[in-house]
Design a protein around this ligand. Structure first.
Ligand code: IMP
Length: 194
């Protein structure tokens, strides 16, 4: 079965190929398909918007995901707004700096990454999984790898290291995205098209 992905980012495509396995064929989002405005107030809602828009444009079963970092002491912020916590067009470094500022002096650093992975099929079926990965926010950035909030995210069970201090293989084998797409992969294998 072939699926088109809501991302054109080759690194993400390769990561998902590894997670979903060889029997599920993935194609990157064609360049002519415009990006979608992600204005839902939930991760599943945004992933659904992306998958359905892609399905409408390509008439092919479509996969999309949406991720957010939810920090307990900030009442769940930045959450669905993780990509623009420091404002529209903010860089990863801006967002990390804004997060550390917002948490200055806070003792409770508990947080979790959540990812929603969504499939929209031309037959009308919609399948989705939302997964979580618990961790805590470091006091300052650690390591140089990864992207986004990786330098300040210390996953539970990671020995106090941030995602940025791990190899891509180590991060990808335990990440929130891995958990969500592994679960969705199981559902996809049970999905029979009428
Ligand atoms: P997206 O839904 O995958 O585009 O993720 C939204 C935002 O969450 C990104 O802009 C990043 O700031 C953050 N994010 C998503 N995945 C990761 C990750 O694996 N590590 C660190 N930050 C991430």
């Amino acid at each position: 079965m072939n699926y088109v992905l809501a991302t054109a980012n080759q690194d993400k495509v390769s990561e998902l190929v590894k997670i979903l396995g060889d029997d599920i064929q993935l194609t990157a989002r064609p360049r002519w398909v415009p990006e979608v405005i992600e204005d839902s107030d939930s991760l599943v809602g945004n992933a659904r918007l992306k998958a359905r828009a892609l399905l409408g444009a390509t008439e092919t079963a479509s996969l999309a995901d949406d991720t957010g970092l939810f920090v307990d002491a900030l009442g769940g912020d930045p959450g669905v707004l993780s990509a623009r916590f420091a404002g529209e067009g903010a860089s990863y470094a801006d967002n990390v700096a804004a997060l550390l500022d917002a948490m200055a002096g806070m003792e409770n650093r508990r947080c979790e990454f959540r990812t929603a992975a969504f499939m929209a099929c031309p037959c009308g079926a919609e399948l989705w999984v939302e997964s979580r990965l618990a961790g805590s926010i470091a006091g300052h950035p650690l390591g140089t790898g990864g992207f986004g909030y990786d330098p300040v995210f210390l996953p539970e069970g990671g020995g106090g290291r941030s995602f940025s201090e791990m190899t891509p293989e180590e991060k990808n084998a335990s990440s929130h995205r891995f958990r969500a797409f592994s679960g969705l992969g199981i559902l996809l294998r049970f999905h029979t098209h009428p």
